[in-house]
Design a protein around this ligand. Structure first.
Ligand code: AR6
Length: 186
């Protein structure tokens, strides 16, 4: 499903983010940019060791990436697939919802899109940040993710397409339902 907003299109895809032909893919990273499991592991494997080296250079400068913030690196071997940048953001760890988790998650999406505009990425892909190892409930996360992306695409010029790439069928189905609800409310 896709939804056309003022400055760009939001599209939902069931698939693997490392296989998307977009300018930038977003990584659900950790504060140390160490690589890990889930989508982070898949991105590091696909990009190769150069990505880890670049991440460590960033950590030498900033020590840690705070939850909700975003930085970018090149895409290592994924360059061959047409991906130019990886935007790394750290989602909130779910602790019941009253510890600022919704605000942090929203900032992940908005800051990643701001960074994409700054580096000139016109197409980008997001995973469902925080809904794996960090335990954020999928439906709640879908509302925040899609509302933030839609709002950014209504307000800011520069990104032509944002793809939400959902790896698990049930996460895709939840996002689809949420987008239908949000889209019809427009
Ligand atoms: N493409 C797209 N989505 C994927 C892929 C893929 N190849 N693989 C998994 N997902 P998670 P988090 C989905 O755990 O919750 C890491 O160890 C997955 O099904 O990757 O933000 C980091 O280093 C889920 O829906 O990220 C951090 O320590 C979504 O990606 C921590 O996990 C997010 O799940 C971050 O946890």
């Amino acid at each position: 499903m896709e939804l056309r907003l003022k400055y760009g299109t939001l599209r939902l895809v069931h698939g693997d983010i490392t296989e998307q032909r977009v300018d930038a893919i977003v990584n659900a990273a950790n504060s140390r940019l160490m690589g890990g499991g889930g989508v982070d592991g898949a991105i590091h494997r696909a990009a190769g060791p150069e990505l880890h080296r670049e991440c460590m250079e960033i950590i030498r400068k900033i020590v840690r990436l705070e939850h909700g913030n975003a930085v970018y690196t090149r895409a290592g071997r994924m360059k061959e697939r047409g991906i130019r940048w990886i935007i790394h953001t750290v989602g909130p760890v779910w602790r019941g919802g009253k510890h600022g988790e919704p605000e942090i998650l929203e900032r992940c999406y908005r800051n990643s899109m701001k960074l994409a505009r700054e580096i000139g990425a016109r197409t980008m892909a997001f995973p469902s940040i925080s809904t794996g190892a960090y335990g954020y409930p999928v439906e709640k996360a879908a509302k925040i993710a899609l509302s933030a992306i839609m709002d950014e695409l209504e307000k800011h010029e520069g990104i032509d397409e944002v793809r939400m790439v959902l790896y698990l069928r049930e996460v895709f189905d939840t996002q689809l339902e949420t987008l239908r609800e949000l889209g019809s409310g427009n």
